[in-house]
Write a protein that binds this ligand. Structure first.
Ligand code: PEP
Length: 257
């Protein structure tokens, strides 16, 4: 982390978990133990149907609300989809774009990721752009090339002045929901590469201000070491973000720096 130049962001990705009733119970449990973290922003990315309630439930807490996806068009005949404009109108601040589960199960491509990133930014949302390699790609030794390609595609046509709203999440697919975590060195190498690509595209000032998270089985036990790396500015957290006490332990690890 480098809190001098950029914001540390601890974001929970709830995926398709928690009913409205469970979201209410989580808020009751989280708020008294979270306090008001000084060095990091806490974000909860929740299912569409609970966004509005989450906004109300966490209004008096230091928690921002995010969605887990959006469509790239602002309106039209796209049954079942939700636009960035609709999210903004609900008071949502962040949106996860290109999560590997969406790439794997819903045909998300680098091309649609790019369109969604631009739609999010055009509507005043902060995209959390997920990139990451599969185990086969890591074993083939093409991780950094792949990440370079994904980051360049995601940012095509994004102007420098909007870059301060963009967050990247490096999420090795083999580490998501598996209990396997990248070592701090592996995660740092890729996060540093992401920053280098941004520097080549936009210059050093822009690059040093971009928040780059690590995601993939981050938990209370490994968070501090990961977050101590110079280019890891937070976490995108699935499983551990579903338990209020575990999320707070990760936030506390981010606040120790
Ligand atoms: C994720 O959903 O983005 C994620 C990193 O999940 P987990 O923390 O459960 O690996």
């Amino acid at each position: 982390m480098n809190t001098r130049y950029r914001k540390t962001i601890i974001a929970g990705n709830w995926k398709m978990n928690k009913t409205l009733t469970e979201t209410r119970a989580f808020a009751e449990e989280l708020k008294p133990i979270l306090g008001r973290p000084k060095w990091c922003e806490v974000v909860l990315c929740v299912p569409f149907v609970n966004l509005q309630a989450a906004g109300r439930l966490f209004k008096d807490a230091k928690v921002s609300i995010g969605a887990e996806n959006c469509h790239y068009e602002s309106s039209g005949a796209f049954t079942g989809e939700v636009s960035a404009e609709m999210l903004k109108d609900l008071g949502v601040k962040y949106v996860v774009i290109g999560h590997s589960e969406r790439r794997q199960y819903y045909n998300e491509t680098d091309f649609t990721v790019n369109k969604k990133v631009k739609a999010a930014l055009d509507n005043g949302l902060r995209p959390i752009v997920c990139v990451g390699e599969s185990l086969e790609q890591r074993e083939l030794g093409v991780t950094l090339e792949l990440i370079t390609y994904q980051v360049k595609c995601a940012l095509a046509g994004v102007p420098a002045e909007k870059m301060r709203h963009v967050v990247f999440a490096y999420e090795p697919i083999w580490a998501i929901g598996t209990g396997k975590t990248a070592t701090a060195q592996e995660a740092q190498e890729v996060c540093q590469t992401i920053r280098t690509i941004i520097r080549k595209l936009y210059g050093a000032r822009v690059a040093r201000a971009v928040t780059i998270q690590y995601g993939g089985s981050m938990n209370a036990a490994n968070a501090y070491e990961l977050l101590s790396q110079p280019d890891i500015d937070g976490g995108l957290i699935g499983g551990a973000s579903l338990k209020a006490d575990q999320l707070v332990e990760i936030v506390n690890a981010a606040n120790q720096e």
